[in-house]
Write a protein that binds this ligand. Structure first.
Ligand code: FAD
Ligand code: NAP
Length: 342
C-alpha cells in the first residue's frame, strides 16, 4: 500500500526560505514521489486552492501568509539517458540540490557546470531564471524541461528553444509564470573538459593561485572559494543573493549615462549593455546606511540582508527605497530578481 503525501495546514516557512521571513503557508505538501503529483493537483482543483511551487526558497520573498497549497518540490533521482563519444544526456529530478548535482557531475566526468558551483537551490528552479554566474548560464546545457500544468495536471516537455532562455530569464518568468511545476530537467553535458576562466574575478583568482590551466575540479574549487569569501551565507545572514537584476540599456542610453557618470561600469550584452546594479546602489549611499534592520550587505550592495528575520513588508519597503533612489539619480528602474508571493 502506498501512502499519499500529508498536506499540512498553517506551516511556518521561516526555515524554508533563505531570507528567513516569518511566512506561513495555508497548506504545504512535501512532494517526494512524482507519482503523487496528479492526485495532489486534482485535490487542489476540487478544493479551489491556488497552487504555488517552492524549491529551497533561495529566490523568493514570502509574505506573512501564502494562501492555497504550496508544493515543496523534493523529488530526487538522476539517470544517464544517453552517451556518445563527446557528451552525455542526463535526466535529473527537480528536487535534487543544485550544488550537489554539479559536484556529482564532476565526479562522473561530465563537465560545463563548474562556474555554477555553490548556487543555492534545486535543479528544478535552475531553468526558471536560467541561473548564471562567472560567465556561464545553465540554459546552454539544458536539452529539455519536463513540466506539469498546475491547473489541468497535463504533462508537457519544453525543448531548450521553447524555454526562451535569456539573461536571468526564461519563459517560466513570463508566459508560463506560476503555471507549471517542473518535474525533470534533461541536460546535455560534454565529457571533454573545456573550463571557462575568462570572467575577470575568476581569472584573477586562478592567476594568483597558480592555476593557469585549471582542471574542471580546480575551477569548481576556485568558484566555491570566491563565492564563500564574497557572499554572505544565508544560514548565518538571511539573504536571497542578488536582489535586483543588472539593468540592460541600449547604446544611446549608455552614452548619455556615461556623459554624467564616466565611471559607470558597463559590459557589452549583444547589441546592448549591461550595467552593474551594485554600483548604482552604492552611488545612492546604501552602503553607508548600515543601521536599519534590513540593509545591503557591507561588501555587496546588490545583496539585501535580513539579519533580524523581519517580514516581507520590511524587505519590500527597503527594496522600494533603493528602486526610488536609483530612479531619482539615474532614471533607471531596477527590476527585482526574487519572486514575491503572498
Ligand atoms: P525557490 O526560491 O524555491 O523558487 C524560485 C522560483 O522558482 C519561484 O518562483 C518558484 O515558484 C519557482 N520554482 C522553484 N522550483 C520550481 C519547480 N520545480 N517548478 C516550477 N517552479 C519552481 N542565482 C543565480 O542565477 N546565480 C547566482 O550566482 C546566484 N547566487 C545566489 C547566492 C545566494 C547566497 C542566494 C541566496 C541565491 C543566489 N541565487 C543565484 C538565486 C537562487 O539561488 C537561484 O535562483 C535558484 O535557482 C533558486 O532555487 P530554489 O530551489 O531555492 O528556488
Ligand atoms: P562581480 O564579479 O562583482 O561583478 C558585478 C556584476 O558585473 C556582475 O553582476 C556581472 O554580471 C557583471 N560583470 C562583471 N564582469 C563582467 C564581464 N567581464 N562580463 C560581463 N559582465 C560582467 O559579481 P558578483 O556579484 O561577485 O557575482 C559573481 C557572479 O555570481 C556573477 O556572475 C553574478 O551574476 C553571480 N551571482 C548571482 C547572484 C544572484 O542571486 N543572481 C548572487 C551572487 C552572485 P553577471 O551577473 O552577468 O555575471
Amino acid at each position: 500500500m502506498t501512502l499519499s503525501p500529508v498536506i499540512q495546514r498553517d506551516v511556518p516557512l521561516q526555515s524554508l526560505n533563505t531570507l528567513a521571513t516569518p511566512a506561513v503557508a495555508e497548506y504545504l505538501v512535501e512532494l517526494e514521489k512524482a507519482a503523487d503529483l496528479p492526485l495532489l493537483l486534482e485535490q487542489a482543483r476540487q478544493s479551489d486552492w491556488q497552487v504555488r511551487v517552492l524549491g529551497e526558497g533561495s529566490n523568493v520573498v514570502l509574505a506573512d501568509r501564502i494562501p492555497g497549497l504550496l508544493i515543496r518540490q523534493a523529488c530526487r533521482g538522476k539517470s544517464l539517458v544517453e552517451e556518445d563519444s563527446g557528451s552525455v544526456s542526463l535526466a535529473v529530478a527537480a528536487g535534487e540540490n543544485w550544488h550537489e548535482f554539479v559536484d556529482w557531475c564532476l565526479q562522473q566526468g561530465y563537465y560545463g557546470l563548474e562556474n555554477l558551483a555553490l548556487i543555492p537551490g534545486t535543479v528544478g528552479a535552475a531553468p526558471i531564471q536560467n541561473i548564471g554566474a562567472y560567465g556561464v548560464a545553465v540554459g546552454r546545457f539544458i536539452a529539455s524541461v519536463q513540466c506539469r500544468d498546475l491547473h489541468t495536471g497535463e504533462q508537457s516537455i519544453l525543448l531548450s528553444r521553447d524555454c526562451e532562455f535569456g539573461y536571468r530569464d526564461s519563459v517560466f518568468k513570463h508566459r508560463l509564470r506560476d503555471r507549471l511545476i517542473i518535474e525533470v530537467v534533461r541536460f546535455r553535458l560534454p565529457t571533454i573538459p573545456a573550463p571557462e576562466c575568462d570572467y575577470p574575478v575568476l581569472k584573477r583568482w586562478l592567476q594568483e593561485h597558480a592555476s593557469q590551466n585549471p582542471s574542471p575540479r580546480q575551477l569548481f574549487e576556485a568558484v566555491t572559494a570566491i563565492r564563500s569569501s564574497r557572499l554572505p551565507d544565508p544560514a548565518e545572514t538571511p539573504n536571497a543573493g542578488s536582489f535586483f537584476k543588472n539593468p540592460i540599456v541600449d547604446a544611446d542610453r549608455l552614452q548619455s549615462l556615461l556623459a554624467d557618470y564616466p565611471d559607470l561600469p558597463h559590459y557589452a550584452d549583444g547589441l546592448d549593455y549591461k550595467l552593474a546594479a551594485a554600483w548604482l546602489i552604492e552611488q545612492c549611499g546604501f552602503k553607508q546606511r548600515l543601521d536599519g534592520p534590513v540593509r545591503v550587505h557591507p561588501q555587496h550592495a546588490l545583496v539585501i540582508i535580513n539579519p533580524q528575520r523581519r517580514s516581507a513588508n520590511d524587505i519590500e519597503r527597503f527594496a522600494g527605497d533603493i528602486v526610488e533612489a536609483v530612479v531619482q539619480r539615474f532614471g533607471l528602474r531596477l527590476e527585482q530578481e526574487p519572486r514575491s508571493y503572498g
